[in-house]
Write a protein that binds this ligand. Sequence first.
Ligand code: TYD
Ligand code: MG
Length: 462
Amino acid sequence: MTKPRQQYRCTACGYASARWLGRCPECGAWGEFRAEEAPAAAARPRRTGEPVRGQALSDVRSAGEARWTTGYGELDRVLGGGIVPGSVVLVGGEPGVGKSTLLLQVGCALSAAGRDVCYFSGEESPEQLRLRAERLGLGGSAMRVFCRTELEAVVELVRDERPAVAVVDSVQTLRAGDVDSAPGSVGQVRECAGRLAEAAKQTGTAVFLVGHVTKEGHLAGPKVMEHIVDVVLLFEGDRLQALKVLRASKNRYGSTNEVGLFEMGDGGLTEVLNPSALLLAERPEGVPGTVALAALEGARPLLLEVQALVAPSPFATPRRVADGVDLARVYLILAVMEQHAGIHLAHSDVYVNVVGGVRVGEPAADLAVALAVASSARGTPFPAETVVFGEIGLTGEVRAVSQTARRLEEAQRLGFESAVVPARGGSGRLSTGGIELRRVASVADAVKMLRRAAAERDVTPS
Ligand code: TYD
Ligand code: MG
């Protein structure tokens, strides 16, 4: 009989090594390696004893489309049409964004619809929860609250009572008794998420896990849970900004394109049903450096205000700051404007901002950024009743973007009169209604158009 081999395992993330290490190469934790017995060399695989058969996909019984609506259309849409029984949904976000508020409101709404909802809080006492519920006008809810942080207690309750929904706020405070690292460590979080997922699948209870993410995006939580859970929702938005965006970064039951918009007010979170109007509400008129962009958030058109400020730079290397759009994209747009549109910014600081804390990831924002910068650089206001979209290419061309018709429809709904759009794409079948289209083939065209608009404005008596 040979002596069992030893190995060392990081108690924070589970990384195994043949020798002891001070710092874990996987998760970076210090002093977490503990000795343990290495697993015996894999024996020859045994046969299962029975023939392995699959079945035709068409013979698999369909689980049907059971979905529970949460009472919040914005959340239902992001989930892919409501809560799927037995699913595990991770709700990630920075502290203070409103995760607890959202789940408290949703829990109470589900409870009011007659479902058994259990809310496990490791961060707040029942009195604190009650206080918050009262502030939200939900003091009368029948939702059950538990201030427990032992994983076993949660799993037991789910198995014994099979509530419709269990909310765990937060997974970082949960502790599995048989894992000896601290709550919130990778090992704990992975174990807790795994065991809860297993319980959810067996009982049909839908589990919502709250997970904190720091500004830097790390901290044990969400990353290691991503492959365990069915849906990962990210709740984004600055603590100081009212508008919060809920998006799915993974969804086994729906598209990851949809976003839900909420506004945080005194009465908690309310759904934003007309986001474009809200986002454009404070738009200044008749000043340089602001342009309305017709963007798409998921499948939904959204009108946003893009602002730019161009100012003489006191620095040898001028500053470029972007909020809401990719900074690398701004550099590219500035280079194209320099080379192809005669806008020279080598001695100017450039700031670009998308108002309202919304982040635009699509290249359709390029043209709006370029025009906002040009407008500020030239001191020429961009027409307020004109909306813009289009991607900019490296040769200065304005390229077509998807969903032209939907962008224009939204612009029209909000009373815009004209649109600066790519010369190609979406043509022909466009029913533009009352919107006048100004097609531009290049950035230079667009800048020229800006100059013309200014000239027209100057001759038109107001
Ligand atoms: P919270 O839901 O506790 O955030 P998280 O669980 O993500 O850490 O609350 C977020 C913030 O929202 C908090 O700073 C207070 C604010 N808030 C309101 O503005 N109005 C309200 O009605 C509530 C309940 C909270
Ligand atoms: Mg909270």
